[in-house]
Ligand binder design. Structure first.
Ligand code: CDP
Length: 226
């Protein structure tokens, strides 16, 4: 399929399968996939390691200055801080439990947005997150808002973590999803919300093949291509 040089913005609640879907779409169309959540997770890991966030999620204002020297970027093997690959560490429940308070801080969002927008200039990207179609790329030519039932989401994330050798309980995973969804939807700066012109995809009962067929149909209809 001959897809034009567009930006595809995928937003939605925690663990709705945004990144799996975005990776699939990127591979199918030869687009670059960018995971905006990984950058928020990277800032969270950095704050934890630097002792700039405590157990009650109080954030030391020194984080703002320290971010200026933080070399957080994507490399071929995933997210990096300098030469160090942090891909596995940023997916733990420890990071997930503090990422939403960190992502609610306006200067953290400004730091991440700057990096994300640099990629947008080139087009042919699929980016997933919470505010891609509303704030980061409000002019994205195709916006998708993903949902799935809470039970399906928790089970998927639980299975994913167990497969990586972690030992959370299903209740812990569910609690984390609910907390993040609440904070993400209620924060002042760029809260999670569906862009008016976004197409909704509820993938609770869909296979990857069905998801791909859905987006191909959408692109054909919108851009009049075969
Ligand atoms: O994979 P999952 O849906 O669980 O989360 P993620 O995409 O890795 O994002 C982790 C967290 O980063 C979210 O819960 C949000 O708090 C924050 N985030 C955000 O605020 N804005 C984005 N564009 C992406 C992520």
């Amino acid at each position: 399929m001959n897809v034009p040089d567009i930006i595809i913005a995928i937003d939605g609640y925690s663990s709705t399968g945004k990144s799996s879907f975005a990776k699939l779409v990127a591979k199918e169309f030869g687009f670059l996939y960018l995971d905006s959540g990984a950058l928020y997770r990277g800032v969270t890991l950095f704050a934890q390691e630097q002792g700039l966030i405590d157990a009650d999620n109080r954030i030391d204002p020194a984080l703002e200055e320290r971010l200026a020297g933080l070399d957080l970027h994507f490399d071929t093997d995933g997210t990096h801080i300098g030469a160090r690959c942090i891909e596995a560490q940023i997916r733990t429940l420890e990071v997930s439990s503090q990422v939403s308070p960190i992502a609610a801080v306006p200067y953290v969002r400004a730091f991440v947005d700057r990096r994300l927008r640099e990629f947008g200039e080139k087009g042919r990207i699929v980016m997933d997150g919470r505010d891609i179609g509303t704030t980061v790329f409000p002019n994205a030519q195709l916006k998708i808002f993903m949902t799935a039932s809470e039970e399906v989401r928790a089970q998927r994330r639980y299975d994913e973590m167990v497969a990586k050798g972690e030992t959370p309980t299903l209740e812990e995973v569910l609690k984390n999803l609910r907390e993040r969804d609440y904070i993400d939807s209620h924060r002042e700066t760029s809260p999670l919300s569906r862009a008016e012109d976004a197409f909704e995809l509820d993938n609770s009962d869909m296979s990857f093949g069905e998801e791909l067929a859905w987006i191909k149909g959408l692109i054909q209809g919108r851009f009049g291509i075969l």
